[in-house]
Design a protein. Structure first.
Length: 398
């Protein structure tokens, strides 16, 4: 069973939505939401704009932050900036109503979804804070932003059913605006939209060797380690909100909900784990293949070769010349010849994981250091030397 943070969210949701919707008055009596001239004027003055949001992300140092996470001093604190979330929401809504008819209930669901993405994002920082094995240096901080956005993407899709009023057209228009991340770190989020890559990257990021990876079974269960973390419903997060410029507790039904550990509305089963989202991706997972012959010479997206039988990657570059993304070799018993990976043009990252071989984790770490290989032959030689020094001779071959 997989549990997610819905007991927190259910308590927060209505209060977020009420505040956001009250920021601008709209006409809803005659069917779809209509924005009057004065409403449009008001929206123009709200911040952040969509462009500003794209350039800064959810929790930048700028005045336009949507949420913040302050590390654990037991508890960790998440602050949601409802004014700025409202600004982002209204700018997005203005765009959406230009091409889709939106009812009042749909508008409320869109406001909820806007805030939910930031809520999940900050919860992910909390997760990392609690489980981190390393100091949070700058590079890791940027990486964590990309992972946090990807997590919010997974979580939002997982919870698609809790936004029942939104038809596909509106949902897609919303996703296009809400996930238009261009700030450093944040913009890498789409690299993690394959659950093996995501879980592997999270465990690398936090230097977790076993607990998460132990769950890397099949597609349906590979996120279990994350979704079943008991901290999602623990008492270790404290919530604050910025409303009308002031920071404070949020009251709901007459009581402050800063600490939500007492609320527990039960658990949920993970219903949706996307494995591949881009049309350019090639997925030959679970096909029993042991070689890369005949797949595609030039892969313009990611290549998923998960749970197959590749024992050696000898001459992989002769079959795959170009790969513009990630190669997932999760669940392949690779035991030799990985240097060809560095000869594949454009390859950004490789996932090498096999539960029976701990060496592979080390190999993966070393190879990814040299990807994407911008140094040509020199990169291959440097990687080879490092593999040899680590005692991984079998792998240090083309
Ligand atoms: Zn963040």
């Amino acid at each position: 069973m997989i549990e997610i943070s819905e007991h927190y969210w259910n308590a927060i949701r209505d209060a977020c939505v009420d505040h956001i919707i009250d920021m601008v008055s709209v006409e809803t009596e005659r069917g779809p939401v209509a924005l009057s001239a004065s409403a449009r004027k008001k929206i123009e003055r709200l911040k952040p704009t969509l462009a500003t949001f794209s350039e800064t992300g959810d929790d930048s140092e700028s005045l336009n932050w949507l949420g913040k996470y302050a590390p654990m001093r037991s508890p960790g604190t998440i602050t949601l900036h409802l004014d700025n979330l409202g600004g982002l929401f209204w700018h997005a809504l203005k765009q959406i109503v230009a091409k889709e008819q939106v009812t009042f209930d749909q508008m409320r669901d869109l406001a909820a979804a806007t805030a939910y993405v930031t809520f999940l994002h900050e919860m992910f920082h909390h997760y990392c804070d609690v489980n981190r094995g390393t100091p949070n240096e700058t590079l890791a901080r940027l990486r964590e932003e990309g992972l946090a956005v990807a997590w919010s993407w997974y979580g939002l899709h997982h919870e698609r059913a809790t936004f029942p009023t939104l038809p596909d057209g509106i949902w897609q228009a919303f996703l296009d605006l809400r996930f238009d991340y261009r700030a450093p770190g944040y913009t890498e989020w789409s690299d993690y939209l394959h659950c093996h890559v995501f879980v592997k990257s999270v465990s690398d990021h936090l230097i977790i060797k076993t607990s998460l990876l132990a769950h890397l079974g099949n597609v349906r269960t590979c996120m279990d380690g994350l979704f079943s973390w008991k901290g999602w419903k623990g008492k270790s997060v404290h919530f604050q909100f910025v409303r009308n410029g002031a920071t404070g507790e949020l009251e709901t039904k007459g009581r402050a909900i800063g600490r939500l550990g007492v609320l527990n509305r039960g658990s949920k089963v993970l219903t949706y784990v996307p494995t591949s989202v881009k049309r350019s991706d090639v997925d030959v997972s679970g096909s029993g293949k042991s070689s890369f012959a005949g797949i595609r010479r030039n892969v313009t997206g990611d290549l998923y070769f998960c749970n197959n039988n590749a024992v050696s990657l000898q001459n992989i570059h002769k079959n795959i010349g170009k790969l513009n993304g990630t190669l997932c070799l999760y669940g392949n018993p690779v035991r030799s010849n990985v240097l060809g990976l560095l000869v594949i043009e454009g390859l950004k990252r490789v996932v090498l994981y096999d539960q029976d071989d701990t060496n592979l984790t080390k190999v993966s770490e070393i190879v990814n250091k040299y990807l994407p290989n911008t140094q040509g032959k020199k990169g291959v030689l440097l990687c080879q030397r490092e593999l040899l020094e680590a005692g991984l001779e079998e792998f240090a071959k083309l």
